[in-house]
Ligand binder design. Structure first.
Ligand SMILES: Cc1cc2nc3c(=O)[nH]c(=O)nc-3n(C[C@H](O)[C@H](O)[C@H](O)COP(=O)(O)OP(=O)(O)OC[C@H]3O[C@@H](n4cnc5c(N)ncnc54)[C@H](O)[C@@H]3O)c2cc1C
Length: 313
């Protein structure tokens, strides 16, 4: 995503614990939050994903929370994912619903053995996902974690080949990552990237990011990998549709993926046109960082958000 001053400010705010406590602690409206987040409980997730399934939409569920600093919090995240997977299975939803996991939420940023703890926690979630007939995508966080995250994904794929990796088109390295990960059986989510990254590692202008996305998308769709095309950008969706037709991609070899609450009519249009469409469904009480990244993508939403805080707070 481009580094505009407004975006930089919002992303800085997303890491500010004082502001987070003030906003999250306020008796605020859920009006804006509700549009982007299923709710706080697993029951909310079930209701949301069932409604999506009724509209022909797949889902990937993210239990909100990142950057845990205590091993116990990482263990709590794992327990929540296991409960979530069991509930999805009990409701017969695992055909259409998978889960998305941030490794920082399962311990990757813990000092010392964080990487090993994250790997073991991630393995526990993958085992349960496989047992109930679904799979896991590992979200990608800021560029300092890219190698460590891909390393964990590669290790997990030995036992769980359907585990998906995420690549961010704003990173200069990503074309080469698409080349090395674009093998048969590999599932790759391609997104633009949501963090504030320095020039040395990332494209920072909108047009450079978009051009990189299209280069990576061409390579991904020409490869034998399953392409998970995560964007709301209408121009890129059009280009992807043409490339899918040109590559004669079977409908089970790619997906469009969009966030809950963003371009919902387009999600339904793509599904009605016969494409697989997966909606990213976050849930939980720790929505602050996630919401602020959505605000950074579309600062017009920030005004709406602040107005709703002021009117109900
Ligand atoms: C399924 C999914 C998974 C993702 N996983 C990751 C991940 O693991 N790591 C990561 O770094 N990023 C992830 N992202 C976020 C991604 O990197 C982008 O930050 C985000 O998708 C915005 O980029 P865009 O491609 O939609 O294009 P943009 O250039 O941001 O937007 C294009 C158009 O889409 C519409 N739009 C975009 N955002 C909004 C919004 N919030 N509200 C309303 N309209 C909007 C607008 O019409 C806009 O003009 C994910 C995104 C999706 C959809």
């Amino acid at each position: 995503m481009p580094n505009s001053p407004v975006r930089s400010l919002i992303l800085a705010a997303s890491r500010n614990p004082n502001l987070r406590d003030a906003l999250v602690g306020a008796p605020i409206t859920r009006d804006v939050v509700k549009r982007y987040i299923a709710g706080e409980t697993i029951a909310d997730v079930i209701e949301c994903t069932r409604a999506l399934a009724a509209d022909g939409l797949l889902a990937t569920v993210d239990r909100l929370g990142e950057d845990v600093l205590e091993e116990q919090d990482a263990a709590n995240t794992v327990r929540d994912y296991l409960d979530l997977l069991d509930a999805l299975a009990a409701e017969g939803l695992t055909d259409s619903v998978e889960v998305s996991v941030k490794l920082s939420a399962v311990g990757q940023s813990l000092p010392g053995h964080g990487q090993q703890i994250a790997l073991e926690n991630a393995r526990t979630i993958c085992e349960r996902a496989a047992a109930v007939g679904t799979t896991v995508t590992f979200d990608m966080e800021d560029h300092t974690t890219t190698d460590a995250t891909l390393d964990i994904v590669n290790q997990l794929r030995v036992q769980f080949p359907s585990v998906a990796a995420v690549l961010q088109a704003y990173l200069r390295r990503t074309e080469s990552d698409v080349a090395s990960l674009g093998y048969s059986g590999s599932r790759i989510r391609l997104c633009k990237g949501a963090y504030k990254e320095p020039d040395e590692v990332a494209f920072t202008s909108r047009s450079d990011i978009d051009k990189s996305y299209v280069r990576c998308l061409r390579a991904l769709l020409a490869s034998p990998a399953t392409a998970l095309i995560a964007t709301h950008d209408p121009r890129i969706v059009d280009i992807a549709s043409s490339l899918i037709a040109r590559e004669h991609r079977a409908s089970d070899t790619y997906e469009f993926q969009m966030l809950l609450g963003v371009r919902p009519a387009e999600q339904r249009r793509l599904a009605a046109d016969g494409h697989r469409v997966r909606v990213y469904v976050p849930y939980g009480s720790d929505w602050y960082g996630y919401m602020m990244r959505r605000m950074a993508e579309k600062p017009a939403n920030l005004a709406l958000f602040i107005r709703s805080l002021a009117s109900k707070g």
